[in-house]
Design a protein around this ligand. Sequence first.
Ligand code: RIB
Length: 316
Amino acid sequence: MPGVVLVVGSYNQDHAWTSDELPAPGATRLGTYASGPGGKGFNQAVAASRAGARTGFLTALGDDAAAATARALAAEEGIELLAEVHAALPSGTAGIFVDAAGRNVITVAPGANAALSADYVRAARPAFAGAGVVLAQLEVAPDAVHEALALARDTGATTVLNPAPANAPTTAELLALADILTPNETEFAALLARHAGQSVDADTLASSEDDALHALCQSVQATTWVITLGGQGAFVSHAAPGRHGDEASFYRVPAHPAQVVDTTGAGDAFSGALAAALAGNDAGSFAEAVGFASRYAALSTEAAGAALSMPRLRAR
Ligand code: RIB
């Protein structure tokens, strides 16, 4: 069904410290602190919803204050929440450090997210049956992600996998279940090393020749890739011309200028907005959807925080 996005992924309570510079190993810095909702799954669900899609969010929570916050926020955002409760586990948490340029480093303790079961996902089949796009990441149990994408394939949804974080496990079978993969440079370099045995410096990817980058993408998995390149925009690579209505097999989409405050969740903004655009009744070309996601992600960096920094753009 067009217009509906189902996000399968994590909810984390984010604890964010901002200082002029990121702390070096062994260093202590003075700064400021804020706590707020996050998790790649929830951030992407909020982005999809605020970008105009009817959105469902399937996750796992503990039985704690963070879980209560997740429920309240999902209701506030109009997101239909499907949550497997693991009362013996804490809800997910993330420690985030942000510098004056808006750059961040993050460590996630998955908590209940790691216990999301394939059985729970399977039992949610009716939610999958109503979705035009199913979007997942890698902060919940790998079996649950695999089940979600397999179920989505079965029910005819477009499957989008944001393969993040970079050190999460992936299999060739999982990648093959994704119609669209949306890594950033670091995540792409990790996939390239793991699945194609090729080592590249993530920092050099944005300046690679287009045909070389396209070949690298397709050497990992023959599918559609949208690599987010931060201030350098995004790179699209299709397994063949004509995929998702695009004539070109590969092309770049420019970045949108932004007054950057905090890049936390920018990749999530991109994936959520892309899913919303692809699911929309008024969906334009794939390149337009990527351009929309790129603008949306740029705007999300102009506010601090993760889920709550997602721009409200009901009309595209
Ligand atoms: O992508 C940003 C997110 O990564 C944060 O909200 C944090 O919770 C981690 O999941």
